[in-house]
Design a protein. Structure first.
Length: 319
């Protein structure tokens, strides 16, 4: 084999080894881990949406049963812990800042969800006791004359308070405020036995107004948290990173294929030439033997040690 042929094979082999290393390095990403992280972000988006839906349901139907909300929040906290584990081993597919922001917003959501439960429970409690307070007041007023105005005013206030508690507008209707102020002033113009009842109704009306504002404010802040957009962007980052890796792998695979074909072609070419040379040498050897057999003189060939390697027929007769 000529040195040029050997050199060609060695160079091609070197290129193949380098390409294999690059290819394996591009495939070093753990596809199973990638799928798990993508699924984690999808779960966060889904559970966050369920939490938001449950918050709105509780808010506008004034539930005090937080079982479903607690269940979804617990699941979200589990995903939150998994996100924290990701920060322990930073992933080159994402910006650590985005992940840390998502974790912080989830922390804020958990705290605000607790504030929502407290404010909503107070609001529900005040609205629940209103009918009882009104009934107690009417029983008390039955012992007095000329109380129709008070009864009408409290009934109207109770109806407006219920309607106000179900709205999403933070603006308190002027008529409602006027009714609450009127109720406060009535405490000082009615019989002392009636005043305490009016005072309790007044305090609960104020509680409903204040807590309804707080509940709406907390719900608004919870819904404004950019958790949905952050998880979506993180998903895009992960997917884009994985697509880039696959593109690199495909490029290295093509190069590896081309180099392998070149190496196989070169090797096949060299083997064919060697076979042809071998055949030519064998043919020349046979011609030389025929010539030696035909010579009339005796011919003897030996190796370096004097051992006989060949005798032509004349030499055989002479010996």
């Amino acid at each position: 084999m000529k040195p040029i042929h050997l050199k060609t094979i060695l160079i091609a082999s070197g290129f193949i080894v380098v390409t294999c290393v690059l290819f394996l390095n591009s495939k070093s990403t753990n596809l199973q881990q990638f799928r798990q992280e993508i699924q984690l972000l999808r779960d966060v988006r889904l559970i966050n949406a369920l939490v938001n839906q449950e918050l709105l349901t509780i808010r506008y139907q004034l539930f005090t049963n937080f079982d479903s909300l607690s269940e979804y929040t617990s699941k979200l906290k589990s995903k939150h812990r998994s996100l924290i584990e990701l920060t322990a081993s930073p992933h080159q597919a994402i910006e650590t800042g985005k992940l840390n922001n998502l974790i912080q917003y989830l922390n804020d959501k958990f705290h605000m969800a607790d504030d929502f439960k407290t404010a909503n429970a107070l609001l529900k409690n005040s609205l629940t006791v209103f009918p009882n307070l009104n009934s107690d007041l009417q029983l008390k007023l039955a012992n007095f004359d000329n109380t129709e105005l008070i009864i009408s005013h409290v009934d109207s206030l109770l109806r407006d308070i219920y309607l106000y508690s179900l709205t999403n507008d933070d603006h308190v209707d002027d008529q409602l405020l006027e009714k609450v102020e009127t109720l406060e002033s009535l405490q000082f113009s009615v019989d002392p036995e009636i005043a305490p009842y009016l005072h309790v109704i007044y305090k609960h009306a104020k509680t409903v107004i204040d807590n309804r504002r707080e509940v709406n404010s907390v719900v608004s802040e919870l819904l404004d948290l950019p958790i949905e957009s952050l998880t979506y962007n993180l998903q895009k980052d992960y997917t884009s990173h994985n697509e880039n890796i696959m593109e690199q792998s495909n490029i290295y695979r093509i190069i590896l294929f081309i180099l392998s074909v070149m190496l196989l072609s070169t090797t096949a070419y060299i083997l064919i030439k060697l076979k042809r040379k071998t055949h030519e040498l064998e043919h020349e050897k046979n011609r030389a033997l025929v010539t030696l057999h035909s010579i009339g003189d005796g011919i003897i060939t030996t190796d370096a040690n004097g051992i006989v390697q060949y005798l032509n027929p004349i030499a055989e007769q002479l010996t």
